[in-house]
Each structure stands twice: as structure tokens, then as C-alpha cells.
Design a protein around this ligand. Structure first.
Ligand SMILES: [Zn+2]
Length: 323
């Protein structure tokens, strides 16, 4: 039966009806709020390319966690900004490292929030690459050693989920083995399985002070033009024991999210990255788009494409972001 008997507009005539037939629902259960923690006290440095996002010292991080909890957010993803860096990122493997100290404080305060700890070396290395440099490139297998140590150290501090973002081959297996050997059999791994070498990470590198000082990350992050390769990355990580998988970035990779969801049966996480946030922010500051509508439309599109969970700087969805 077709028009005039069929009228698709019948189901759009009022807001209650539209609510009733809406196919994609957003919930705070689905959202992860990324946060940047730095050394010091009472520090709240706004990130220039990410307005309304901050580098927070631990005291302010605790306040922000409480605010997130009050908004119904149940998970945060933590990134560290250490004071000192070294060639191989060994500093990331110590209980006195910034993220470990932050997690210990969150645990001490008994905050009812899941702490997902990013595992990578780029925030801790002087050169800003995700691993140990040998002959002008990141050495895969040497890097696995520091990643595994960092993961165990973060679990010891009290991280609930370990999330390796480095894109080394074999890291999930190395981290799983190290966690199991240290007695952390119950700690899940959320693997950044499909991480593209994207231009949309620029503002994050400002935030985490992790820009590579030479070359780029194309020898380990995925080529932005590839799609089937994403399935190979997922196969590898699932075989190695990943419990959840991530696609990053999100907005320019909705086709990948869809494909990954069709292929796999684990929770699929999508990271709506700093550049996606910055684009909405910048355009809305110029009053070219409406910030709240655009942000929610993007998050909805990511969920509609197949993501079960979305990492977004808009997780709190509050007036501070939508003024
Ligand atoms: Zn990295």
C-alpha cells in the first residue's frame, strides 16, 4: 500500500508519538566521560582547543567525578599528564605515577564510578610516540613489555577496566597474561582495536601534551582509507582475549562501527574524539550551529550505527556545555 493510503508523517505529528516510535535511545548508562589528570593542587587548566574541558589536579578530578556521578554518569576514562617524561615511558608503570595516584584517591573516597585506565606510552615519553623507539620507529615487542607493566600497575591502583590504545600487535595477549599472572583475572580489557591515524586527535594532543616530536603514527595506527583491515584487527584482539572493542574516531567512521557491530558479539565502544568535540564547539561559538542539537545528533548517529557505548566529552550533557 502506498500514498495516499500510506502516510509516513502520521507517526511524526506530535512529540509524544515521536518519542513512542523512536528507534534509538540514549542513556547515561551508555556514556563514558574522558578526563585529564595532572600533578599539583587546585589546578583547572582549560584546554584551548577544547573549551569547557580541563586538565585537572587530583582534588579537582575528585570534584568532577562527583559531579559526573550526580549527572548519572557511571564510567570515566582517565588520561595522565605527568610532570616528567622519559624515553620509554617507564614512569607510567609506577604507583606514584599521576593516573595511579588519581585512581588510589578515587578508591579512597569510595566513589561509585567505574574507572577505565588508558594504557599507552605517548603521554609519558619525551618523543611523544606510543612506544620505545629503535632505529627511527616504534619497536613493537619492546613496547609490549612496558605496556604490560603499566597495565598491572594501573590494576594494582584500582582500575576497573584496562584500555590499551597503543596499536602494537600482540598487546592484548601480553597485557592479559601479565594481568592474570598478577592475580587480576577479573579485570576486563577494552581494546582500542580499530584506531585510525586521524587528523581529529589534534586537540587531545594539546590536552595530554602527547604530540609526537618527529614522524607520525602511521606505522602503527590504521590507514584512514581501510575497512576490511578493521575486521582483522578485531579478530586478533578477540583471539588474544579482549572483552570489549573500540573504534576510534567515531563520526567519520560510522561505516566501520556498523561493520564491526555486525561482525562481533562483544560490546562495541566508539570514541567521539577531541576533534569532533572541537568542531561542534567552534561552529557553535560562531553561532553557525546549535551546540546541543548538533552534539546530541552526533552521539545518536554513533549509537544508531551500532555502538553500544560512546566515549564523549559531552557525556555530562549539562548547561556548562550547552550555554
Ligand atoms: Zn599513545
Amino acid at each position: 500500500m502506498s500514498y495516499p493510503k500510506t502516510r509516513l508523517r502520521r507517526l511524526r505529528y506530535n512529540p509524544l508519538l515521536r518519542d513512542l516510535v523512536r528507534e534509538t535511545q540514549l542513556s547515561t548508562n551508555d556514556l563514558i566521560y574522558p578526563l585529564f589528570v595532572c600533578e599539583g593542587e587546585n589546578i583547572k587548566n582549560e584546554i584551548p582547543s577544547m573549551p569547557s574541558q580541563y586538565q585537572l589536579s587530583i582534588d579537582n578530578l575528585l570534584l568532577e567525578c562527583k559531579r559526573a556521578i550526580s549527572k548519572g554518569i557511571k564510567s570515566i576514562l582517565l588520561f595522565g599528564i605527568p610532570k616528567v617524561k622519559d624515553e620509554e615511558g617507564h614512569l607510567a608503570c609506577s604507583q606514584s605515577s599521576i593516573v595511579q595516584k588519581a585512581i588510589l584517591e578515587i578508591r579512597k573516597e569510595n566513589l561509585d564510578i567505574l574507572v577505565i585506565a588508558d594504557v599507552c606510552n605517548c603521554e609519558y615519553t619525551t618523543h611523544g610516540h606510543c612506544g620505545t623507539i629503535v632505529d627511527g620507529d616504534v619497536d613493537n615487542d619492546l613496547t609490549l613489555i612496558t605496556l604490560a607493566k603499566q597495565a598491572v600497575s594501573l590494576a594494582q591502583a584500582g582500575a576497573d577496566i584496562i584500555a590499551p590504545s597503543d596499536m602494537m600487535d600482540g598487546r592484548v595477549a601480553a597485557i592479559r597474561e601479565a594481568l592474570d599472572n598478577a592475580g587480576f583475572l577479573k579485570i576486563p580489557i577494552l581494546s582500542y582495536a580499530v584506531k585510525y591515524s586521524s587528523a581529529f586527535y589534534g586537540p587531545f594532543r594539546d590536552a595530554a601534551q602527547s604530540s609526537p616530536k618527529f614522524f607520525d603514527r602511521k606505522t602503527y595506527q590504521m590507514d584512514t582509507a581501510n575497512s576490511s583491515e578493521a575486521i582483522r584487527e578485531i579478530q586478533e584482539d578477540l583471539n588474544e582475549g579482549a572483552d570489549m572493542i573500540m573504534v576510534k574516531p567515531a563520526l567519520s567512521y560510522l561505516d566501520i562501527i556498523y561493520r564491526v557491530k555486525q561482525y562481533s558479539h562483544v560490546p562495541v565502544v566508539a570514541y567521539s574524539v577531541s576533534g569532533e568535540y572541537a568542531m561542534v564547539k567552534a561552529a557553535s561559538e560562531k553561532k553557525w550551529i546549535d551546540q546541543m542539537s548538533a552534539a546530541m545528533e552526533i552521539i545518536t548517529s554513533i549509537k544508531r550505527a551500532g555502538a553500544d557505548i560512546i566515549i564523549t566529552y559531552y557525556a555530562l550533557r549539562d548547561s556548562r556545555f550547552f550555554k
